[in-house]
Write a protein that binds this ligand. Structure first.
Ligand code: NAD
Ligand code: 89V
Length: 339
């Protein structure tokens, strides 16, 4: 499978390492408008074609998959360009600027019959995956409550300065992952109520969001995110989970400690992710999930099945993001069907 990647920035290095680690995959082309970034990325490969312009790269062709690793503004035009050239697409989150664009992007690839997946990797973190597997095994019976929590004081702005600039911040950038974990655990949600705050005055968007979701499965979940929270030790970038079922409770606590309590019996498991040879703490759980999600994408294409976080699936997660902003703005519960 020949891969071309567009956007050789902060996060793409992880994606390129991920592709290098998957058997049968070869990165054949790289594109970035920024010559320095393109040079650094191309140094990871013995031989790779490089482009400053995505249209030129598509015109030359010679690849089966395009990995869109640019920031959100360019996602729609690049996905549509990919559709016009009939290749499989993996696109970074946030998928689109708004739900109308997201739907148009899904439609554009769907007519080609190619696969479109959103790089929604948090549900693929191995610790999160261990909890998803435990919930799906039925060990705690029927879940009725969940909390999916990400609270940190980590400086994300030094690596990703654009995060300080947008009118939207934590729900669009980070909450999107945390909402997606809630969906992976409890299924789709049709109603959401949210509040937001901006604590850090040096940024433009909200850095705290508290959301309550009513899932179609009957579960109520609380999804809370903050980049204004002092913690010691700092838990970035861990998602902490708590799920109550009618037979017991599962918790994923700080330090990747998984506990399952049934009656008075509690079992503990260390679900710490490995630090891959190209990875570094504290990003290692995210980096491992990049390798896992990209392997999932390759397997889905090979086997002709829809990826778990396909473009179509991601319309639900993206819908929750849009609905959360609307709820916080209008101070009311929002039905997703009304978007
Ligand atoms: P970045 O700004 O560091 O890198 C983006 C790169 O894309 C830049 O080098 C820029 O020059 C290039 N670019 C933009 N538009 C282009 C175009 N039309 N043609 C060619 N090159 C173009 O951004 P980043 O921090 O690497 O983030 C990229 C995406 O990854 C964002 O959508 C972000 O939300 C996402 N991200 C995801 C995770 C995750 O865990 N899934 C983590 C961090 C970032
Ligand atoms: O995962 C992400 O999308 C990153 C970060 C963890 C910093 O929010 O932008």
């Amino acid at each position: 499978m020949r891969v071309a990647l567009i956007g050789c920035g902060f996060f793409a290095t992880n994606q390129l390492h991920g592709w290098k680690g998957i058997e049968g995959v070869e990165v054949v082309a790289l594109c970035d408008r920024d010559a320095d970034r393109l040079k650094v990325a191309s140094a990871m490969f013995d031989s790779v074609r490089t482009y400053a312009d995505a249209e030129e790269m598509f015109a030359d062709g010679g690849f089966d998959v395009v990995d869109i690793a640019t920031t959100v503004n360019s996602h729609r035009p690049l996905v549509e360009l990919a559709a016009a050239h009939n290749v499989h697409v993996i696109c970074q989150k946030p998928f689109a600027l708004n739900i109308q664009d997201a739907r148009a992007m899904v439609d554009a690839v769907s007519v080609t019959g190619k696969t479109l997946m959103v790089h929604e990797n948090f549900r693929w973190q191995s610790a999160v995956r261990a909890v998803i597997a435990a919930v799906r095994s039925g060990v705690i019976g029927e879940p009725f409550f969940g909390r999916v929590s990400f609270r940190s004081g980590y400086d994300v702005f030094s690596g990703q300065p654009y995060l300080a600039e947008g009118e939207r911040f934590i729900i669009e950038d980070l909450g999107i992952h945390i909402l997606d974990i809630a969906r992976a655990l409890f299924g789709d949600a049709s109603r959401i109520t949210a509040t937001t705050r901006r604590i850090n005055r040096d940024i433009n968007g909200e850095d705290v969001a508290t959301m309550m979701l009513e899932h179609d499965s009957g579960v109520t979940s609380v999804v809370d995110c903050s980049y204004a929270t002092k913690r010691s030790p700092e838990t970035f970038p861990e998602s902490l989970l708590e799920i109550d079922g009618d037979k017991g409770t599962i918790r994923l606590e700080a330090g990747y400690k998984l506990s399952i309590q049934i009656g008075d019996d509690v079992t503990y498991q260390d679900v710490s992710p490995p630090v891959l040879e190209w990875a570094s703490r504290p990003w290692h759980n995210i980096q491992e999930s990049v390798q896992i999600i990209q392997s999932h994408f390759v397997d889905c294409i090979k086997n002709g099945v829809e990826p778990e976080t396909s473009g179509k699936d991601n319309l639900q997660t993206f819908g929750l993001v849009e609905a959360a902003y609307l709820s916080a703005k209008e101070r009311r519960t929002v039905e997703l069907s009304g978007l």
